[in-house]
Write a protein that binds this ligand. Structure first.
Ligand code: P6P
Length: 336
């Protein structure tokens, strides 16, 4: 039987090879443990009394699901005592969360979307947790929001957990992308794909087509060419998939290729887009680039964008390099 490699063994061996330090290893293991607890809780479904609205709203003005609150609290509590973090930022929290005085402060900043796609919970569609890790730029003194406003290329690690038919953890600490699957009986994550690479070409695209009337011309041109199939300028047919849960769509794309688009359009332009830069776009762009793909805001490399606000939104085009580059080309052509 193939020797199963646990997440702990994989990370300890990577640390031994100098690919990550002990504190980053500890951080990833703590996030993985929180994700395992979430997978178990989500798996209980409505019997655990976790479905439905929490009766509150987050900083984004969105109605919170009970599980949004549970996931957020779980991640904040799990990461408070380890001594590996200086502060945290969450989609569900208006400001950054400092480590309680009674615990030592570490050298990393953790950002997360605790439960991405939570509107899908009550209809049993895959949801996920997205996380991003930055170095604390000012080890002395108390972290501030400004310390989190680093371009995505500064990330030292990123990943997501997807709670689907199986629970899986996909992560990178700068040496490729690795996938782990939860063995629920054993209660541990085991390596299921040592290295994930995104095919350069693809025949699948993911976009919320109901927004078509709001799109700007480069996106409309690109999508219409895909829809034209082999009768059109692309000369081949394409297939569309849209789960409405970024983690689920991105897991499919990382696994078998594709392109994911949530562009800025006339409806979202005033807010800067729909998806958040720091804890959705950047971690996914880090993974996609580590897997050989590409991530832009339509034209600019996402990982180069210098954030101005913690909950800043951005246009997102992620996936197979040839397709993402084509979208960027159409933006350049339409601008010139
Ligand atoms: P729409 C979920 O709310 C989310 O933030 C992403 O996970 C997902 O890709 C997107 O929004 C879905 O947006 O407009 O299709 O509901």
């Amino acid at each position: 039987m193939l020797e199963r490699i646990s997440l702990s063994q994989f990370l300890i061996e990577a640390q031994r090879e100098g690919k990550l330090d002990a504190n980053l290893r500890l951080l990833i293991e703590v996030v993985a443990r929180a994700a395992k607890a979430l997978a178990v809780t989500i798996g209980k479904g409505s019997f655990a009394g976790i479905h439905g609205e929490a009766g509150s709203h987050n900083i984004q003005g969105e109605a919170q699901k009970k599980l949004d609150v549970i996931a957020n609290e779980l991640l904040l509590q799990a990461n408070a005592w380890g001594g590996h973090l200086a502060a945290m930022a969450s989609e569900e929290e208006e400001t950054i969360c400092l480590i309680p005085e009674r615990y030592p402060r570490g050298g990393y900043l953790l950002l997360f979307d605790p439960l991405d796609g939570s509107s899908n919970i009550d209809v049993n569609i895959s949801v996920g947790t997205i996380f991003s890790v930055l170095q604390n730029p000012r080890p002395e003194g108390c972290p501030t929001e400004a310390d989190f406003l680093q371009p995505g290329k500064q990330q030292v690690a990123a990943g997501y957990a997807i709670y689907g038919p199986t629970a899986q953890l996909v992560l990178s600490f700068g040496h490729g992308v690795h996938e782990f699957t939860l063995d629920r009986e054993f209660g541990a994550w085991f390596l299921s794909k040592p290295t994930i690479t995104i095919p350069e070409e693809t025949a699948e695209f993911a976009i919320n087509a109901s927004n078509r009337r709001h799109w700007f011309p480069p996106v409309t041109r690109y999508i219409d060419e895909l829809l034209a199939g082999k009768e059109g300028p692309r000369g081949r047919d394409f297939n569309m998939r849209w789960v409405g849960s970024m983690v689920a769509d991105m897991h499919r794309i990382l696994t078998r290729g594709g392109i994911f688009l949530y562009p800025v359009d006339r409806k979202t332009q005033a807010k800067g887009g729909k998806l958040r830069l720091l804890y959705e776009a950047n971690p996914m762009a880090f993974l996609v680039e580590q897997a050989g793909g590409m991530g832009t805001d339509g034209e600019r490399r996402l990982l180069e964008i210098v954030p101005e606000r913690l909950h800043q939104r951005v246009g997102v085009v992620l996936g197979s390099k040839a397709e993402v580059e084509r979208v960027a080309q159409y933006h350049r052509e339409m601008r010139s």
